[in-house]
Design a protein around this ligand. Structure first.
Ligand code: UP5
Ligand code: MG
Length: 200
């Protein structure tokens, strides 16, 4: 059967900006599938047979961006599986990707012509708020990168590598920004307005 080309929204923003939280809420209301690149990498790290496990582990702790060959294959597989199970699920929220030029090149190489990137949903949130949210979550998350040392590196990587990607999309008129420093429900109200305007 002919599969329709899925629509993709890249969901970006600093560590703790609320990407995961907002994506969970979006899928409750809209026919979209949430794929968090970070979650996929953390799952892959845990798979006993994964040869990439140690590498992923080290990169995440250091707040560095995992080589795209690994990430793009996880994303592609997850998208294919979703579409095989339910062909009506033709909208993907890709959370936390692309984070740098390497990610963007990998996406273009593997997914160009196979999916349509509609826009970047950018959760704009100050550094202090981001850090405090992650430290708070770190009390119970078990995430190896929710500590001050890793967080400084995550923030630095975000500023140096991910912001330029957002700027690149901005120049193409493809960024939709939401002020993510407010309470969850206020942020989500803006998200809904925006998605409705985009015809979701
Ligand atoms: N919270 C959320 N919204 C709130 C609000 N409005 N008000 C108050 N509190 C709010 O939220 C974080 C915390 O804040 C939660 O406790 C939440 O309740 C609260 P969350 O929704 O989880 O924010 P999110 O933006 O998803 O934060 P996350 O920590 O997941 O962002 P990161 O971008 O840092 O993490 P990610 O999982 O995407 O990546 C982790 C690492 O994986 C990267 O550092 C990198 O090493 C690696 N990675 C790659 O190498 N490549 C990739 O493509 C992706 C990841
Ligand atoms: Mg997340």
């Amino acid at each position: 059967s002919v599969m329709t080309k899925p629509n993709v929204v890249f969901v970006l923003g600093g560590p703790g900006a609320g990407k995961g939280t907002q994506c969970s809420k979006i899928v409750e209301t809209y026919k979209c599938t949430h794929l968090s690149a970070g979650d996929l990498l953390r799952e892959e790290r845990c798979r006993a047979e994964s040869k990439d496990g140690q590498l992923i582990d080290a990169y995440i702790k250091e707040g560095k961006i995992v080589p795209v060959e690994i990430t793009i294959n996880l994303l592609r597989k997850a998208m294919e599986e979703t579409m095989q199970k339910d062909s009506s699920k033709s909208c993907f929220l890709i959370d936390g990707f692309p984070r740098n030029e390497d990610n963007l090149h990998g996406w273009t190489r593997v997914m160009d012509g196979k999916a349509k990137v509609k826009f970047v949903l950018f959760f704009d949130c100050g550094t202090e708020v981001c850090i405090n949210r992650c430290l708070e979550r770190g009390k119970s998350s078990g995430r190896t990168d929710d500590n001050r040392e890793s967080l400084e590196k995550r923030i630095q990587t975000y500023q140096q590598s991910t912001r330029p990607i957002i700027q690149l999309y901005e120049k193409q008129g493809k960024v939709r920004t939401v002020d993510a420093s407010r309470p969850v429900d206020e942020v989500f109200a803006d998200v809904m307005d925006l998605l409705n305007k985009e015809g979701f």
